[in-house]
Design a protein around this ligand. Structure first.
Ligand code: ADP
Ligand code: MG
Length: 394
């Protein structure tokens, strides 16, 4: 994967347009509740400011209707937070597509929510050309939206004089490529969570690459079905049983395996007050829901992780939001934290689990991308990265 990188370019006196991912969660009053994404976008911005570029930054926020900027759509709170982190005022510019604003070298402006512009989502060429005309260098630093071909993530890269990857995007590409293309073995993948059908394609891709594939959550339930086990009222996708069987077959043919849980934690409802029971996987009753790995399964998982060379993790293995069903994910998090292996993790709820169990500093690389991270694992070409690759030579 070859793309131009921001750190290799001379940006002095240049107009630089950075597409960042500043899509942060907010409370009802509009206060930013979690600013990881803003912090993660600072290195590219700071590099450009320190090296005398005139910096324009934009991002999407939420899911606005194109053509209007509603009260929930504005990047105004982001401009304030960005200013605090950069120690300089950050002016917010609206109606910016046709220019008509100025920004001096060493200064930064934030361009209002790019998804409010008509044509953004459909990757409209006219819009992309107008935005490209605003800059000398286009920087894509929004890995989280790299799986979408939109005007600020894809079209603009075709028309800007120079198109490159920002620091965060570059780090994402390097870390994910390292884990998937030249991993230290054994390579262990853990795929859990709730989105069963969307993740089965990932499992197939991984089945060709990994030495051990650990399934958890709703995905494990589908695999248990495939293995002929009763799962009561657990979350699963019976129509995916054949796919699950195929994944196990692919792994077996390679001398690898998909270890299934031997014990589980069940309850009759998913709630904070639910009564949890630890039982053997062969004892699941018709009204039980499997909501976590049992202690034996968790211990085996920890052992596999302890012997891994590389770990790829997406999705909790249980309903970790409730203490009764958090044991498996907690044990896994701790095993990853203590492992010598290079670990990468991604996914919205996976990041929440990492935060909850305080292991952020012990994971090799935490991807900022949810959907983009998963599509990268699937082996898909991400349109925004492809657009940068196409501009590698000029
Ligand atoms: P990510 O966002 O990391 O990709 P998902 O969105 O696929 O992960 O899944 C996360 C959710 O899966 C969590 O909210 C968790 O409660 C839920 N989950 C995990 N295990 C189970 C299970 N056995 N049954 C139902 N839900 C589960
Ligand atoms: Mg999720």
């Amino acid at each position: 994967m070859q793309v131009k990188k921001l750190a290799d370019l001379d940006v002095r006196g240049k107009k630089v347009f950075i597409r960042a991912d500043l899509n942060v969660p907010q409370d009802d009053a509009g206060n930013i509740t979690e600013d990881t994404r803003i912090r993660a976008s600072i290195p590219s911005i700071q590099y450009c400011l320190d090296n005398g570029a005139a910096v324009m930054v934009t991002s999407h926020l939420g899911r606005p209707t194109e053509g209007t900027v509603g009260p929930d759509d504005t990047l105004a709170p982001v401009a304030v937070r960005l200013g605090q982190l950069l120690h300089k005022p950050v002016k917010l510019v609206s109606g910016w597509v046709d220019g008509g604003f100025t920004v001096e070298p060493g200064q930064i402006v934030l361009l209002e929510n790019c998804r409010c512009n008509k044509g953004e989502k459909k990757d409209n060429e006219e819009l992309a050309r107008k935005m490209a005309a605003l800059c000398d260098i286009y920087v894509n630093d929004a890995f989280g939206t790299a799986h979408r071909a939109e005007a600020t993530t894809h079209g603009i890269a075709r028309f800007a004089p120079v198109a490159c990857a920002g620091m965060l995007m570059g780090a994402e590409i390097d870390a994910l490529s390292k884990a998937l293309h030249e991993p230290k073995r054994p390579l262990v993948a853990i795929v859990g969570g709730a989105k069963v059908s969307t993740k089965l394609t990932i499992l197939k891709t991984l089945a060709d690459k990994v030495d051990q594939l650990i399934v958890g959550g709703g995905i494990a339930n589908t695999f248990l079905l495939a293995a002929g086990k009763r799962i009561g009222e657990s979350l699963a996708e019976p129509e995916m049983v054949r796919e699950a069987q195929q994944v196990m077959d692919i792994m077996k043919a390679r001398g690898a395996e998909v270890p299934l849980p031997v014990d589980v934690v069940v309850a009759d409802e998913v709630s904070a007050l639910a009564r949890a029971n630890r039982i053997s996987v062969d004892e699941v009753g018709p009204h039980d829901r499997i909501l976590d790995f049992g202690p034996k399964s968790s211990a085996r998982l920890a052992d596999i992780i302890a012997h891994a060379g590389t770990i790829v993790w997406n999705g909790p293995v249980g309903v970790f939001e409730h203490a009764q069903f958090a044991g498996g994910t907690k044990m896994m998090a701790s095993a990853i934290a203590h492992s010598e292996a290079f670990s990468i993790a991604g996914g919205g709820d996976t990041l929440a689990a990492i935060a909850k169990f305080h292991i952020a500093n012990d994971v090799g690389y935490i991807s900022t991308g949810g959907g983009a991270f998963l599509e990268f694992l699937e082996g898909k070409t991400l349109p925004a990265i492809a657009a940068l690759e196409a501009r590698f030579g000029g």
